[in-house]
Design a protein around this ligand. Structure first.
Ligand code: MF3
Ligand code: CO
Ligand code: CO
Length: 261
């Protein structure tokens, strides 16, 4: 069953997602060569607790940390560690969740560590565009397959591939609610989107082939061909003419802009 949220519930989900957005922006200040993903995790946990919330991923199905930090060929669910030291040119995807006032926030951004090669930067640009294309379809009356089709078409047009095994999802009092929101699909198929539904759209796009493998740690998902993979995620509430985007990359972009000046 796909839950329809009230306006008040949507406001609470917005607050949770804005806190995640601000947490990612705080991390943006610290993402540079030499920092460990374990250190980033500590910074995120402190920031979340200081703002009256609880990390959403910590202990979720036994997950051990606050963030998922996935480097280069890691697609998602990389586990932060003091032993993982970021290097110039790395691609770092950071996925973060919180619970505040009973509702989850869940948002992800892929960062460049220092200066990055042109090919990987294009993967980031296209993956972020894929997310926007998906969000354009997330309106009342469209179907889940319209979202997936838009994401897939944009990724494949650029010669990239779409990870199939992991998908977006409904969001609310649970981190993963119905419906599943694949990043591939056929137009006009799947559950119908209705005003008041809240979903996370989260394309995972590989530079090479779409196949994945799992590391022996039981969490980390990696591109089977070891080529780079990017991941962006926003939470949106379905509305009549245009999705109401509940998380934002604006705070992150502000920090990154200041750094480049
Ligand atoms: N954040 C992931 C998602 O976007 C879920 C992570 S669950 C965890 O759906 F347990 F790995 F943290
Ligand atoms: Co996420
Ligand atoms: Co998600």
């Amino acid at each position: 069953m796909i839950l329809i949220k009230t306006a008040d519930e949507i406001e609470l989900i917005r607050q949770s997602n804005l806190l995640v957005s601000k947490t990612l922006a705080e991390l943006a200040k610290h993402i540079k060569p030499g920092v460990s993903t374990g250190r980033l995790d500590q910074i995120a946990e402190t920031f979340i607790r200081d703002h009256g919330a609880v990390p959403g991923f910590l202990k979720y199905q036994g997950y051990p940390k606050t963030l998922c930090t996935s480097v280069n060929s890691e697609v998602v669910h990389g586990i932060p560690s003091e032993k993982v030291i970021l290097e110039e040119g790395d691609l770092l995807s950071v996925d973060c969740g919180v619970i505040m006032d009973g509702f989850y926030g869940d948002t992800a951004f892929s960062f460049e560590v220092g200066a990055m090669g042109e090919k990987v930067r294009s993967l980031l640009t296209t993956t972020r565009e894929c997310l926007r294309k998906g969000i354009e379809q997330a309106v009342d009356g469209k179907r889940v397959g319209d979202v997936g089709f838009a994401v897939q078409e944009h990724a494949e047009r650029h010669g990239y591939s779409v990870v199939r095994e992991m998908v977006g999802h409904g969001l609310g009092r649970d981190l993963h609610e119905a419906p599943e929101v694949p990043n591939y699909g056929r137009r006009g198929t799947g559950p119908k989107l209705k005003k008041g539904m809240v979903i996370c759209i989260e394309p995972m796009i590989n530079m090479g082939r779409r196949q994945i493998k799992q590391d022996p740690d039981g969490w980390t998902i990696r591109a089977a061909d070891n080529l780079p993979s990017a991941h962006f995620e926003l939470a949106v509430a379905i509305d009549k003419r245009k999705a109401d985007v509940l998380s934002t990359f604006e705070y992150i972009d502000e920090v990154l802009q200041k750094q480049s000046n």
